[in-house]
Design a protein around this ligand. Sequence first.
Ligand code: NI
Length: 139
Amino acid sequence: MGQAERVGVSLDKKLLGMFDDLIARQGYSNRSEAIRDLIRTRLSEQRLAKPSTQAVAGVFLVYDHHSTQLAGKLVRLQHSHLLQVIASTHVHLDHHNCLEVIILKGKVREIEKVADSMAVLKGVKLSKVNVMTTGKDLT
Ligand code: NI
């Protein structure tokens, strides 16, 4: 954290009570850290709206490994976007289903393009992408 500055904020008692309940359930030991995290999250979300923002993402894919050539197509997609793929891991969920988690880094627009091209492959049953900024400049 950089140089700290104290600020006073006026809040409705009921709203503050709900906030305190929320952060207690989440395990925060004080309001300051909870408020800092809220601000970082909001700033990060705002930056992600810009397609050229540098970001990281986890792409979660559940697919049937019996699907013809799907595993090979996923590998080829990762090789063709080497700049964005940091790592991937594979979990055998049951006799039919596998989970692939692929970690990407790059501009938001590139991450979304790669994630979309994986999600639409035949045999992919479920897909979810979690994108966030790298945390740079968010003290
Ligand atoms: Ni598997």
